[in-house]
Each structure stands twice: as C-alpha cells, then as structure tokens.
Design a protein around this ligand. Structure first.
Ligand SMILES: Nc1nc2c(ncn2[C@@H]2O[C@H](COP(=O)(O)OP(=O)(O)OP(=O)(O)O)[C@@H](O)[C@H]2O)c(=O)[nH]1
Ligand SMILES: [Zn+2]
Length: 355
C-alpha cells in the first residue's frame, strides 16, 4: 500500500477500505481514459483496465463511471484489470456543455488544485477566469491562476495585466510563466507539492501541453503548432492523462475546454464573487438583484469605485446561466420521474393480466 501514497492515496481512503472490508481488492488510480478503456496505476505497475459489467449496469448516472484521478478497486485478470468499484471522490472537476443537455460532465476527480491557464495574448479574459474559478469552487478544488506566454509582452504590459487580475480577483494565487525559455516555469514548479494532485485547465492553445513538457522536462505531450492551435474546434490534446513529476507532484492534463458552463448556483459563485456576496448582506432587500433597487450596497460600492462593474456584470451572467442549468435539470428529473411512474404502472397492469 505504501507505494500508493506516492500517487496521492490518503488515510481517508485507507479507512474507507478498512471499514467496508474491501481489503481483498487491489487498489489503483485511473491515469488515462480512452474510448475503449483505462490505464490504471497501482504503485507497482501500470496496466490496462476495463469496467465490470456489474459496474456498468448498476450506475444510475454516467458520472459514476471512472474518470482520470479516480481511486478504484480492481480485480486482476492477467493482462487486464477489471474495475469493480469507484471509491468516494473528494473533489470533482465538472462542466456543463453550454449548448448541451442539462447533464453535467465529470472531467476528472480528486484534484487538490487546478491551474487555470490563460495566455497573455488575445486569450486573456477576466470573465473567463472567473468562470473557471467558480467551477473550481463548486467542485471543492483550490484554483491557481497561471498567466502563460509572458515572453510575448513587455514588463509594463505584464504589470498592467497582473493589476487587472488583482483588482478583480484578489484572493487567488497568480503565477506567470513562459515555456519558451529554460526555467520559465520555475515559479510554477516550486508551487507544486509532492503527493498533491493538480490539473491544467484552459482554452486550446494557451500552452497546457507545453507546460506539462516543461514540468516533466520531456516531450510527453504533443504540442500543436501555432497555426493548428488557432483553427476553431480543433483540440490537440485528445485524452486526459495523469503524470507523476520528478518532485512527486501529480498533474492531470485535460483537453482544451471551449464550452465551459457553470453547473450550480451553490457556493461556487458566492465564493468566487466574495466581495459581492459580502456587500449584498447590506442591501435593503434580501432578494436584491443589484439592478435598480433603493439602498443597494453593491451598486453603492460601484459608485464609490470600490467594486468593479465588470465583476457584477459577469456575476449576473454566470448566475443566470446556473439558474438555467438548475431549471433544466429539475425539468429533466420531472420527465424522468414521469417515465418511471408510467413504466411501473404498465408493469403492474401486465402482471395483473398475467394472474
Ligand atoms: N510564445 C510562446 N508560445 C508558447 C508558449 N507556450 C506554448 N506556446 C505555443 O503555443 C502553442 C500551443 O501550445 P500547446 O502547449 O499545444 O497548448 P495547449 O493548451 O496544450 O493546447 P490544447 O492541447 O489544444 O488544449 C504551441 O505552438 C506552443 O509552442 C509560451 O510560453 N510562449
Ligand atoms: Zn443590492
């Protein structure tokens, strides 16, 4: 078991296995997810794996199936492991496809900190940063902002950008990198701790694969050429993969995520827009929408120049989005429930007829 700890295994998981009498299984961590199966690490080996029929047919939602980062119980069947069970997840990186169904998609699990990568060229966007940060908070993941490709701009411009981030998002760690020069990512490497799991998120072409290559000091990820990276809809990273770095940190690369929707209105948004949340407590109306109400503390703060108007605008946009998501989820649940009721009634009638 001791080798498992180098993969991020912890006492909570050990206790879970112990209390549920699951000691007979091999424990592993999902390192790669492909169309036709998985690669799991057990601390001793890396082997192909597939899920058991039992697991496939007993899950009630797709998100209960294994994803990269998951801890799983395995049955050894020679050159293949069978995944018998997914152990409880302590964090989840989840997204909702903006033009999609009401279903959210689990991207990876058990991530301690997410590195939100933006490049300092036209990709730089405060609203998008806040969007990614909300998703992290919703999944209990600590966000870190990484501004990459700083070789493209001069120091003045860089300081302006850093100030812009600091003003809008004061409480999240900010790191600057370039993968063009040796040691250009040293600030980032120093931040990564052994046995902790990180993931890289960000639009296609911002340099996530290049950063992985810089951190692993190898060419493990294929990077796209600039022209390719800017072709719309082309993702150069096609699968998710977990890497163990020389310093013992674990890092997961995820494919470029253009359509990244927030999934819930819970604490994710209020944690990200903490300042608005705090101010709102002083609004005259409990359900103040901070639009035109009298004695609105949020609008007052904007008037006084203490709150960025852009932050409030983005907050409202993300709030509307998550409300839409919640509503469509509730509607879907109602429809599903209706179907299941109908199905039960039909079965009851069939059984009656039989006897
Ligand atoms: N100037 C400059 N270019 C960089 C830097 N980092 C990466 N690039 C270039 O940006 C392009 C995209 O880099 P990738 O590492 O493939 O980007 P990615 O985020 O992994 O992209 P996806 O795999 O599509 O999600 C490549 O041409 C890289 O050479 C940097 O620090 N400075
Ligand atoms: Zn208000």
């Amino acid at each position: 078991m001791s080798n498992l700890y180098t993969l991020g295994f912890n006492q909570d998981l050990a206790n879970y296995i112990e209390t549920n009498n699951l000691n007979t299984f091999t424990v592993g961590r999902v390192a790669q997810q492909h169309r036709d199966g998985y690669i799991v690490l057990t601390g001793r080996e890396s082997k192909k794996a597939t899920i058991t029929g039992n697991l496939r047919y007993t899950v009630s939602e797709k998100s209960e199936l294994p994803v990269v980062g998951d801890w799983v119980l395995l049955i050894d069947s020679g050159d293949l492991y069978l995944i018998y069970q997914v152990l409880p997840r302590h964090t989840r990186l989840e997204r909702q496809a903006l033009q999609g169904l009401s279903e959210s998609q689990l991207i990876a699990s058990n991530i301690d900190e997410a590195l939100i990568v933006q490049s300092v060229d036209q990709n730089f966007n405060l609203n998008r940063l806040e969007r990614y940060i909300s998703i992290c908070h919703t999944g209990n993941i600590q966000p870190i902002i990484v501004l990459n490709k700083i070789d493209l701009i001069d120091n003045n411009r860089l300081n302006t950008l850093i100030n812009e981030v600091r003003q809008r998002i004061p409480n999240v760690t900010l790191i600057t990198t370039t993968t063009l020069f040796e040691h250009g990512a040293h600030q980032l490497l120093e931040k990564l701790q052994p046995q902790k799991t990180y993931c890289l998120v960000g639009s296609s072409g911002v340099g996530k694969s290049s950063l992985i290559n810089a951190l692993t000091k190898q060419d493990v990820m294929k990077t796209s050429s600039l022209s390719q990276a800017h072709q719309k809809g082309k993702h150069t990273t096609t699968h998710r993969e977990l890497f163990v770095l020389d310093n013992g940190a674990l890092i997961i690369d995820t494919p470029g995520m253009r359509e990244l929707g927030v999934t819930e209105s819970g604490h994710g948004l209020s944690q990200t827009f903490e300042q608005i949340d705090l101010l709102a407590a002083d609004c005259q109306f409990v359900d103040c929408s901070h639009t035109s109400e009298p004695n609105c503390a949020v609008l007052e703060a904007i008037r006084r120049g203490e709150l960025d108007e852009g932050a409030l605008k983005n907050f409202k946009k993300l709030q509307r989005e998550s409300q839409r998501f919640e509503t469509s989820k509730a509607e879907k649940r109602k429809i599903d429930k209706g179907f299941s009721k109908m199905y039960k009634e039909v079965m009851k009638m069939r059984n009656k007829r039989r006897f």
